[in-house]
Design a protein around this ligand. Sequence first.
Ligand SMILES: O=C(O)[C@H](O)[C@H](O)COP(=O)(O)O
Ligand SMILES: [Mg+2]
Length: 299
Amino acid sequence: MAKRLVSAGDYEQLLSKYDTWLFDCDGVLWQGDRLIDGVPQVLDLLRSRNKKIFFVTNNATKSRKNYKTKFDKLGIEAQVDEVFGSAYAAAVYISSIMKLPKEKKVYVIGMKGLEEELEEEGISHLGGTDPADNTLNEFHLKNFTPDPEVGAVLCGLDTSVNYTKLSKAFTYLRRNKDCAFLATNIDSTYPSAEGLLPGAGSISAPLQCALGRSPISIGKPAETMLDCIRAKYRFDPERTIMVGDRLNTDIEFGKRGSLATLLVLTGITHESEVVGPNASATVPDYFTDSLGDLRAAIP
Ligand SMILES: O=C(O)[C@H](O)[C@H](O)COP(=O)(O)O
Ligand SMILES: [Mg+2]
């Protein structure tokens, strides 16, 4: 049963109980570029109490460096090394887990930040922001010569997705059974400042439909990102809490990592999915309306 946090005492108890705080970004810190009220003050409070903070986002449109720029612009103290995004996790997965040979390439449906993380890991890529792929011209197979070195297709949130990119990715995957089908994440929707939009899962879904096969999804709830944090930092899972807005990614991710979980209602999930007759089977340990509520614990 999820415990709703209501009093200053409830928030103070959370602060005392957990030393490491993992924050989802979209729907928790912000909606699009609109900062959620009280977030900077709560993060400052945690830092003043010497808490370790990490940002763990499935949003693959930005690299860790891009996120540092966004944090700076929004007036939130954050270091690049505290940011773990699904773009970074995908690059690490391809280089260190899949061990894609260096001569092989990745066909990308995604944005600049994803390409930057692949480049940081020394992974060759094509597609993505290439102007030749970002066209609304008709696509004809007779005009397409697939690159024989493509060994994986990687799909992330791409606000410029089109038939050419989907057709090239489809052709790579259909013609080469050894070509890996990867997704940075499969979130169905994206919580923009003005409301929900199709998420990364809705970008790879057409390929899933056309191919009859699902991608390997690297972001939350998969443990890849937690493995990336574990590879760099030591933390006690019993004194670590994951704060998120989506039950089937953030809260499931926390549970799989044996972390405590706090759900906030400023993103995807509604209270009726947490308590009552229609509650989801994936129940957080705690929930509250907004991360900003923790200001109540500020002396
Ligand atoms: O569609 C997506 O990629 C996601 O909605 C998204 O961007 C989630 O980001 P997060 O909530 O993990 O920060
Ligand atoms: Mg979120």
